[in-house]
Design a protein around this ligand. Sequence first.
Ligand SMILES: [Zn+2]
Length: 115
Amino acid sequence: MSIQGSCHCGGTVFEVEGTPDSALACNCSICQRKGSLLWFVPRDKFTLRTPDERLATYTFNKHVIRHRFCPTCGIHPFGEGVDPQGNAVVAVNIRCLEGFDIDAVPVHHYNGRDI
Ligand SMILES: [Zn+2]
């Protein structure tokens, strides 16, 4: 089963295999401002249905995470990075997904501010 996601204007559309079983609320400088709830999936479970060049990219600090966002509506649906083992992962903002009960997903608070 896969789940669909998009930005607000529909300029960014994507699909993820599976459904979120938990999400991370991170308090680092960017996540706190965005209010994202993050679900980490292997890169190969994520399919971007929009040409990659239509999305904008923001990086900061060590520039290891590519924060992707829609330049039209400003929504940040996902970020790209690598896990500690070096595998490509996507951090999907589950607030941008459709067709499931977001309130049923357990949220874990992550102290990203102190790392
Ligand atoms: Zn958009």
